[in-house]
Design a protein around this ligand. Structure first.
Ligand code: FAD
Length: 397
């Protein structure tokens, strides 16, 4: 059996490991467009802040691939595969046959169609190469306009603040972290960031990036001008379905897969940020790992299923602890318990007496308890509800 994996990220590597567990002999080839070995995208934030050097980002060293009998070809972009001949073609002109193929091409940063956005000094953050360019432009403490107020944007903005940059955040929605926070919670969060000197312009439905070939700021629809030495766009990601589409594989928002991570084409699997499973695009590391592991097991003839994952996010900004889980009920349509205190905001959302979602800001000590209760479908007692009203979300009442 000849295994080929396109993509050297969390999903691709998890799949290779799962294949090797079941099959120690067959060839495994990983084709990776980026010219570097498997590294932590999550820690690119620490790299921006100057807390870790490039070498510290590496999760697998060349020796690992050798010890596992895995051939990895770096800087090799796959442009198409032929379903009938089971053959891949690369931009370099190389061709490669496969018996089982995994598409783990991840996602790409989304660039909104705003005037002036294609200028020099406008950046997105997805790869190590992106991070290098941002660090070079921000060195010396520059004025940064951040377009987007999601988790990744706030983490990147905080990292650049540590380099001495002055940060202004522009967000389309009326509140920060629209997908992870309700209104009240995001106001508390905004206060914490403002106390650190960040400025926010929320509800900015349209804007243009100013400059004459090189960005020098952002102008909002009401005429407000925000000067900036660089502009960082954090407008989310889109699955990188280029290869699938170029090869005639049907795609929705991502590559549609079943619980075994199989696509509609026999012998072809997909996993990670590129995959759409039961309609869901996860875009998070734990899902990429689990899906990759399931795909690899099934590719090697084993039996594994991915049945879904409760969406959770943790903001990694020193001194600001935030965790959100599942359905955070932004419009207060469900039953919930909220506890507020200075710099603290906690919320648990219930459906049929079970935890359906939660927000923890300022104290993450009950994160595991809430995750467990949600995944186990535990019934929440009146005593637990009472304890929550008094700030204790540990579910031990
Ligand atoms: C700065 C940052 C911080 C993040 N923080 C968190 C976090 O705190 N928690 C969390 O859960 N998630 C986080 N994420 C998201 C997480 O990194 C992704 O969900 C995860 O990396 C997805 O893994 P993947 O293997 O699906 O794709 P990727 O890691 O994107 O890997 C895909 C690889 O495929 C390669 N590729 C694409 N097309 C081709 C082609 N045609 N030929 C060859 N190779 C190709 C790409 O170059 C890439 O290296 C963060 C992401 C970023 C950018």
């Amino acid at each position: 059996m000849n295994f080929v994996i396109v993509g050297n990220g969390a999903a691709g590597i998890a799949a290779a490991e799962a294949i090797r567990k079941l099959d120690q002999d067959s060839p495994i080839t990983i084709l990776a467009e980026e010219p570097c070995h498997y590294y932590s995208r999550i820690r690119l934030i620490d790299y921006l802040a100057g807390k870790v050097a490039e070498d510290g980002l590496l999760l697998k060293r060349p020796e690992w691939y050798q010890s596992q009998g895995i051939e990895v070809r770096l800087g090799e972009r796959v442009v198409a595969f032929d379903q009938a001949r089971r053959e891949l073609s690369c931009a370099s002109g190389a061709c490669l046959g496969y018996d089982r193929l995994l598409i783990a091409t991840g996602a790409k940063s989304f660039l909104p169609a705003a005037p002036g956005i294609d200028q020099e000094l406008v950046f997105t953050l997805r790869t190590l190469a992106d991070a290098r360019r941002i660090v070079a432009a921000a060195r010396g403490g520059r004025r940064v306009v951040m377009l987007g107020g999601g988790i990744l944007s706030l983490e990147a903005a905080s990292a650049l603040q540590q380099l001495g940059c002055e940060i202004t955040v522009v967000e389309y929605f009326e509140r920060l972290l629209p997908r992870q926070m309700d209104r009240q919670g995001s106001l508390v969060l905004q206060g914490l960031f403002e106390a650190r000197g960040m400025r926010f312009f929320l509800g900015a439905k349209s804007y243009e990036v100013t400059g004459t070939g090189t960005a020098n700021g952002v102008r909002l629809a009401d005429g407000t001008t925000l000067p900036g030495d660089l502009v960082l766009v954090g407008a989310g990601v889109r699955p990188d379905t280029y290869l699938a589409q170029a090869s005639g594989l049907a795609v929705g928002k991502g590559i549609e897969v079943n619980d075994r991570m199989e696509t509609a084409v026999a012998g072809v699997f997909a996993a990670g940020d590129v995959a759409q499973h039961r309609g869901v695009l996860y875009g998070i590391w734990p899902a990429a790992m689990q899906q990759g592991q399931v795909a690899g097991t099934n590719m090697a003839g084993g039996e594994a299923s991915f049945t879904g994952l409760a969406m959770s996010n943790t903001l990694k900004v020193a001194g600001i602890d935030l965790f959100s889980l599942g359905d955070i009920d932004p419009d207060d349509k469900l039953e919930s318990v909220v506890f507020r205190d200075q710099g603290l905001y906690k919320k648990a959302v219930f459906k049929e007496n079970m935890v359906a979602g939660a927000i923890l800001l300022g104290d993450l000590s009950s994160r595991s308890a809430l995750q467990r209760a949600m995944s186990q479908g535990r019934i929440i007692s009146d005593a637990d509800r009472l304890a929550m009203r008094q700030g204790d979300f540990s579910l031990t009442a």
